[in-house]
Ligand binder design. Structure first.
Ligand code: 13P
Length: 251
């Protein structure tokens, strides 16, 4: 049985005081009966303060990025071990903003996934097609390649720590959400790709979450699709009320 996961990716938003204001507001609303796993992914600068405030709560902490290297003279980078030491359980890898703005290719993404896993983190591995790729009928091929290259060399045991996030690039921050049936179709295709790379049991056990303009209005129909195991929320996670509304739609 896959537990639903709702993650809020704050991207490059929120100072430390703003971060604390947001999580205090969220913690006032959330109670222990929440059936979903909730993950907050603030900017690096807020991780320590957020971790301190979350201590003892069931909300988990994640980071937006990690270095593919483990330590040393790598100015400006942050290692998986450092993320673990600040209290992170999760880390985003392969987000389209990293792929497009920072030229992260499948090889470096594969390296980051391996480093994250060997350092004890649970990666949330993002895949997704551009609008041009969708229009050209290449969606499943593009995502299949991202999965093959990104997961190359990872064992079924390591897959036990992996969450896949399907984020169509054209739906991110645009207000254009993919239709629930379109999302289900791609999640099913991702599961079938995982089945061919691993055993069907591994594919069945892997969480596949959706991201791209998720809001309180569209989340109930998206989250009720059989292969949708949660959401990776950007803009709507910056407001405690709307993030809570998305979480509380999970039954
Ligand atoms: P939006 O919810 O703002 O579209 O962002 C999605 C996203 O990129 C989450 O990682």
């Amino acid at each position: 049985m896959r537990k639903m996961l709702i993650a809020g990716n704050w991207k490059m938003n929120k100072t430390i005081p703003e971060s604390l204001e947001l999580i205090h507001a969220l913690m006032r609303k959330l109670d222990s009966s929440c059936p979903a796993e909730v993950v907050l992914i603030p900017p690096f600068t807020s991780l320590f303060s957020v971790a301190e405030t979350l201590r003892g709560s069931s909300i988990q902490l994640g980071a937006q990025n990690l270095s593919h290297l483990t330590e040393g003279a790598v100015t400006g980078e942050i290692s998986g071990t450092q993320l673990i030491s600040v209290g992170c359980r999760y880390v985003l890898v392969g987000h389209s903003e990293r792929r497009n703005l920072f030229q992260e290719d499948d090889a470096v993404i594969n390296q980051k996934l391996k480093t994250a896993l060997s350092e004890g983190l649970h990666p949330i591995f993002c895949v997704g097609e551009s609008w041009q790729e969708r229009e050209a009928g290449k969606t499943k091929g593009v995502i299949g390649n991202q999965l093959k290259r990104g997961l190359d060399g990872l064992t079924p045991m390591e897959m036990g720590k992996m969450t896949i996030a399907y984020e169509p690039v054209w739906a991110i921050g645009t207000g254009k959400t993919a239709q629930p049936e379109q999302v289900q179709e791609i999640h099913e295709a991702i599961r079938s790709e995982l089945s061919s790379q691993y055993e069907p049991e591994t594919a069945k056990a892997t969480r596949i979450i959706y991201g791209g303009s998720v809001t309180p209005d569209n989340s109930p129909s998206l989250m009720s699709q059989p292969d949708v195991d949660g959401a990776l929320v950007g803009g709507a996670s910056l407001d405690a009320g709307s993030f809570y509304a998305i979480i509380s739609a999970i039954k």
